[in-house]
Ligand binder design. Sequence first.
Ligand SMILES: [Zn+2]
Length: 140
Amino acid sequence: MEVTAIKAGIVIDHIAAGKGLLIFNKLNLAALGYPVVLLMNVSSQRMGKKDIIKIENFTAVDTAMLGLIDPNLTVNVIENCGVARKVCVTTPAIVKGLFACKNPRCVANADPDVSPTFHLHDEKTRSYVCEYCEELTRVN
Ligand SMILES: [Zn+2]
């Protein structure tokens, strides 16, 4: 499959197959107003299959959200038709407002003025501790 290379923007590569659509939805890329390409199940020597997202003329992606969804993906910033730099994505240490606490009685769920905040508990299991109720939440 041939897909036009972009002159400027961002390429999110090596996304675990199946997570491209999740990123597309979580980052609300449809509403961005820039040309966006979502490629799914692309052959990859390293991964077997992977997803790729290309966004033209836009680079301000939420890298915390990307790291939360898939810490192994790579972010390439494209300028003048080439890769200008790579942005490292890791499992974020602190997560604010990206997901809800699973404790139904947590103040972060009850009070709309409180932004749910989590601290990384264990990078291997990708579990987070709620700042307000200390409930443990695992992401994917
Ligand atoms: Zn909580």
